[in-house]
Design a protein around this ligand. Structure first.
Ligand code: MN
Ligand code: MN
Length: 472
């Protein structure tokens, strides 16, 4: 372990803090993480994969407690799913939950392209699906790359059709065109936000023209031909699309980056890196913690935490109330308020890692660096901390004391220079309900791009940090 001058704030290096055994553990952990990224590219898939991880570890659906009026006891392991898109998992602690809990909260949605409700069109020999982008993307990054289609459609017959095309070997992939440089003179003169417009993000689905039908001799249009294929292969009609949620995501597989395999490259690491590390931390807790440990995984963060699966919804409060009630049937609303105001919450979201190709937007003394451990942000926001939850000095001190006690390398950072931009997390919605909240997660390079990069050292130390925090 590297020696440190106790009188200065010096960054530790996450790799140098590892013994050979820990490094081996970290590499294996990141192998599991990469498999998770490939299995769970959407919020629904994340819930499915994580519920199976939880069930394998003996966690039980909290609805069975609620339906059976069953009380919770220290050591009970429970999970609760919200509309297939958000998830809470908890290990019940020895203490009364009104004395507070230790929560780690991340989000499992990621920037993507959603099919429009009536998506199909044909033009110039192609059948395409129109999309509406979800979250903050650079639209030009989504053209001329292989794409996959994930989602669900509720068929008229009541069955739910799960779609996942473009992920398995032999699957076709999908594609949005970009203009050839030879004809892109005008396009290249636009500002980057207008190089590709939202309406141009049309996904090519097919191009074989219709044949003349024997009955009426009429030519089927391209679109009709594709609809016939959709009907024959999947039993779908055009009107079924409005009964679905179809997400277009990059078809690349996540994997190791660099000759030394020190980095993870993949789609949707904001914020599935904190979601995965948070859940694994809960699964790997030793014994029964004194405070109830909770991993909360929300949806819709990328569009403002809206909706009944987002972090602004009172679903997490409902969980805490149900848990208090299951602990002691006489507990009512006052128990909820006491529990929330005594709860400590790590807002587990990514921050920007210093990017040596774009140093001008970072202030080096207050930046997170890939490889230097879990990154804490005292505050986020933009234009003078607007939209931030500014954690108290007391909270920063107590959380960093936990990390120091476990020899976990950590760093503290702002997201870019003052007035260079900014961003928010779910932290502010948790402070609204009275919790003590600190932003804490993995630094990411190329955040919100189709292929984001993280350091394996940071992924591992973040997992260890969340585990130490929840262990109490
Ligand atoms: Mn995020
Ligand atoms: Mn984000």
């Amino acid at each position: 372990m590297a020696e440190r001058n106790p009188l200065t704030y010096e960054l530790k290096n996450g790799w140098k803090e590892m013994s050979p055994e820990i490094r081996e553990d970290a590499m294996a952990f990141c192998g599991d993480y990469i498999r998770f990224l490939n299995d769970a590219k959407t919020e629904r898939e994340s819930v499915t994969v994580m519920v199976s991880m939880l069930q394998s570890a003996g966690f039980v659906d909290f609805n069975t407690y609620i339906a059976g009026n069953k009380s919770v006891k220290p050591g009970d392991k429970i999970y609760w799913v919200n509309r297939e898109k958000a998830l809470i998992a908890a290990v019940v602690g020895n203490q009364d939950p009104t004395l507070g809990m230790n929560m780690v909260g991340a989000h499992i949605d990621a920037p993507r392209l959603d099919f429009k409700p009536n998506p199909l069109c044909d033009d110039g020999g192609f059948v395409m699906a129109k999309t509406h982008y979800y979250g903050g993307i650079k639209k030009y990054q989504w053209v001329a790359v292989p794409l996959a289609i994930h989602g669900v459609i509720l068929r008229k017959d009541g069955t739910k059709f799960n779609i996942r095309i473009g992920e398995n070997p032999g699957d076709p992939v999908f594609y949005i065109s970009d203009l050839l440089p030879h004809l892109a003179g005008d396009q290249m003169g636009n500002t980057a936000s207008k190089v590709v417009s939202g309406e141009q993000l049309k996904v090519v689905l097919g191009s074989i023209p219709g044949t003349e039908t024997e009955e009426d001799g009429e030519k089927r249009s391209l679109k009709e031909n594709l609809l016939t294929l959709l009907h024959e292969q999947y039993g779908l009609s055009e009107s079924d699309f409005l009964r679905g949620e179809i997400e277009v995501v990059p078809a690349f597989q996540a994997g190791d980056v660099g000759l030394d395999r020190s980095l993870v490259g993949g789609y949707g690491q904001d914020d599935r890196v904190c979601s995965y590390t948070g859940l694994r931390a809960l699964l790997d807790l030793e014994g029964v913690p004194s405070k109830t440990a909770v991993c909360y995984l929300s949806d819709k963060e990328e569009i403002g935490s809206v909706g009944n699966t987002g972090a602004r919804a009172n679903w997490l409060e409902n969980f805490v109330l149900e848990l208090c009630h299951a602990w002691n049937p006489s507990y009512e609303m006052v128990a909820l308020r006491r529990s929330l105001s005594n709860t400590c919450f790590l807002s587990a979201d990514v921050t920007a890692a210093f990017d040596p190709c774009y140093p001008e937007v970072y202030e080096k003394g207050n930046s997170a660096f890939a490889g230097c451990g879990v990154a804490i942000a005292k505050y986020t926001g933009s234009r003078g901390k607007s939209g931030a939850s500014d954690a108290s000095a007391e909270l920063v001190a107590s959380v960093t004391d936990i990390f120091d006690g476990e020899q976990i390398p950590w760093q503290i950072a702002e997201l870019g220079k003052v007035d260079a931009g900014g961003g928010g997390t779910i932290a502010q919605f948790m402070t609204d309900i009275g919790m003590d909240v600190l932003d804490c997660g993995v630094p990411v390079i190329s955040m919100h791009s189709p292929y984001e990069v993280t350091s394996k050292a940071d992924v591992y130390w973040t997992y260890r940090a969340y585990r130490a925090f929840m262990q109490g």
